[in-house]
Design a protein around this ligand. Structure first.
Ligand code: SF4
Length: 214
């Protein structure tokens, strides 16, 4: 784990990320807050591309909790069977849709506590929804953010909770909203797990990783 970089260095890093992509976006397809919740819940242990393939037709048929309930467990299962853990995920989608209809008038709540009370929705999923839909500076630490944070020293931590706290504590407030996507996209396309592309990395001179590639 790298040491925590100082504030000025982190500001310079995020200034570069912002200059290269001012409005970074997530890559999970969705058409409203509800389909975002479902897409993020389905993405556990699956790639965004795999989830997008499965949800393309599903969201055309069922883009509200009530329509998902009308489709039923078998229908949902059939649509998402190419995704890992699909049986369990289909059950959770039906259960969370029922709760949204019964307790929230079919709307997605704008609250972390309410979101994490839904079946299949953990803190990470809730934070993605809060960040992407409601514009909260919530940080959902996935495998890419964890790796980039620990290699570079932007937000080191021994587990995802520590990395989340490090982001909240150390990244300047004006970069908090987009930090999540900048770090994910940097990890997915540049600071890759097996072989980071350090030669093309815009923060190479600031990164503390000792095993940089040429
Ligand atoms: S220099 Fe290499 S290890 Fe450091 S952030 Fe860039 S790609 Fe990752």
């Amino acid at each position: 784990m790298a040491k925590q970089l100082p504030y000025d260095t982190i500001r310079e890093i995020f200034t570069r990320f912002q200059n290269s992509e001012a409005e970074p976006k997530g890559e999970l397809n969705h058409v409203n807050a509800y389909t975002l919740v479902v897409a993020v819940a389905l993405s556990a242990q699956a790639t965004d591309a795999g989830v997008n393939k499965a949800t393309e037709k599903l969201f055309q048929i069922a883009d509200t909790p009530q329509k998902m309930l009308d489709l039923g467990l078998e229908g949902v299962t059939e649509h998402i069977k190419t995704i890992g853990l699909f049986r369990n995920k289909a059950k959770n989608v039906i259960k969370l849709s029922q709760i949204l209809v019964d307790d929230y008038g079919g709307e997605v709540p704008n609250s972390r506590a309410a979101l994490v009370s839904l079946p299949g929705v953990g803190r990470k999923t809730a934070n993605v929804v809060l960040n992407m839909w409601w514009g909260h500076p919530a940080q959902a630490v996935d495998t890419h953010i964890f790796r980039v944070g620990n290699r570079s020293g932007i937000c080191p931590g021994k587990d995802v909770d520590a990395v989340e706290r490090s982001i909240e504590d150390n990244i300047p407030v004006d970069f908090q909203q987009h930090a999540h996507h900048w770090l994910i996209l940097h990890g997915r396309y540049v600071c890759k797990a097996r072989k980071p592309v350090c030669a093309n990395c815009i923060i190479r001179d600031l990164c503390q990783f000792e095993e940089k590639t040429e």
